[in-house]
Design a binder for this molecule. Sequence first.
Ligand SMILES: [Cu+2]
Length: 180
Amino acid sequence: MTLWTRLISIIFVCGIAIMVQVSIATAAAAEKISGELLGADGAPWGTVQITDAPGGVLLRIEATGLTPGWHGVHFHEKGDCKVPKFTSAGSHVHTMTPVVHGLLNGNANDAGDLPNIYAGLDGSLTVELYSTLVSLRGRGGRPPLLGANGVALVIHDRPDDYKTQPIGGAGDRVACAAFH
Ligand SMILES: [Cu+2]
């Protein structure tokens, strides 16, 4: 190997190493926030993590205390979880009014919409969800969850039918996690 080809290969290897380091740094920069899930009885029911992703947010919910079966879950517009009704969390995260709710509604503009979650017979669940409707801080022009009032992740008593206004018939709010 000539000195010249050795030099070229050293530059190449260094370039690869720098690219790998940059991509690791980019991956490590994903912002993650974590909050306690509060039950309507005022007790801690679990944790909620929200991770900012390039095209949306990843959500991880670990909960106990729920009634077995399906439950609607939404992002609500205020990071304020006052027991027992959690009405302090306000309505769903939205940027347009009137808000049209429902993942199966062709005219929907409700940025707080999420798929239902399912609690087992012991009332617990662990699940990851993904929403492309929002961001943590406005990435990609999507509505930011961490605006001036923060945000709440609210679990409802019944499942969301993804169509009925204003909350898909999901009923009472039974658990809430606040973020700022
Ligand atoms: Cu809701």
